[in-house]
Design a protein around this ligand. Structure first.
Ligand code: IPE
Ligand code: IPE
Ligand code: MG
Length: 247
């Protein structure tokens, strides 16, 4: 039986987050420079986005560049930024055709001007699209997100708009960069690494984690389907006992 038909369409995750990892090792395997891996990672982004939209996933958040990734060699960082501009230009028509809304989380105003402008343009041009939101995490880290939310809340407390005792889970979450977006039910990380690497820390408190050895440039639709099938086989208990869960 093909893996796609094993997916229960009534139990799809609303939000899938992905740590796209392994481009460098994939390139090394092919005897090529790291940037070659990043370039080939674009195909995986396209396939994953298409597959998620076709299934009816509402939000797909892709970790594209972390706050810590600035510490990479200068040439690699600038190649990644250029690739982002090129890819956004190239893929805009497809996003429009497929009714996909582009969004971004992270300190994006700190990106190089050309990258920032292209990103804003993509966000603006797709803002009325409805089928799926493709959310790019760029210059993003989970700690940064928690800090910026804390600062925004502290300012409101200062102005008397919020009382300290009024800060609850929902209020805090609404100040995170993900705003009203539901927490991801499923996180996929490629390349065999089993860590979170400062991704959506608050939002992943109860996310199902799925790790695959596949390097990101090799990731395709079938891999996404497999991850969803495994997710659907998990029992999400949220602190309760198994018996307490209604089937
Ligand atoms: C993921 O692949 C892409 C980014 C982090 C931008 P890597 O570049 O981290 O690839 P590896 O982990 O070195 O193989
Ligand atoms: C995480 O990958 C960040 C992105 C995929 C953008 P890294 O390759 O930077 O993670 P670590 O440093 O190995 O944990
Ligand atoms: Mg990596």
């Amino acid at each position: 039986m093909d893996i796609k038909s094993e997916i229960d369409l009534d139990k799809l995750p609303r939000h899938i987050a992905v740590i796209m990892d392994g481009n460098g090792r994939w390139a090394k395997q092919h005897g090529r420079p790291r940037v070659f891996g990043h370039k080939n990672g674009v195909r995986a982004v396209r396939e994953t986005t298409e597959a998620a939209a076709e299934l009816g996933i509402e939000y797909l958040t892709l970790y594209a560049f972390s706050t810590e990734n600035w510490n990479r060699p200068k040439l690699e960082v600038s190649a990644l930024m250029t690739l982002l501009v090129e890819t956004l230009h190239q893929e805009l028509a497809t996003l429009l055709k497929n009714d996909i809304r582009l969004k971004a989380i992270g300190a994006i105003e700190q990106l190089p001007t050309a990258t920032y402008k292209t990103l804003l343009e993509g966000i603006e041009r797709t803002k009325t699209n409805k089928r799926m939101t493709l959310n790019l995490a760029l210059n993003y880290s989970g700690k940064w997100d928690i800090l910026q939310a804390t600062r925004a809340i502290a300012e409101k407390v200062n102005k008397g708009e919020i009382k300290p005792e009024g800060i609850d889970d929902a209020l805090f979450a609404s100040h995170l960069s993900t705003g009203q977006v539901p927490d991801p039910e499923l996180l996929i990380r490629t390349s065999g690494e089993s860590r979170i690497s400062n991704f959506l820390l608050w939002q992943m408190a109860y996310t199902e984690l799925y790790f695959t050895p596949v390097f990101w440039p090799d990731f395709g639709k079938e891999h996404l389907y497999k991850a969803i099938v495994e997710y659907q086989q998990r029992e999400r208990r949220f602190g309760k006992t198994s018996d307490q869960l209604v089937p």
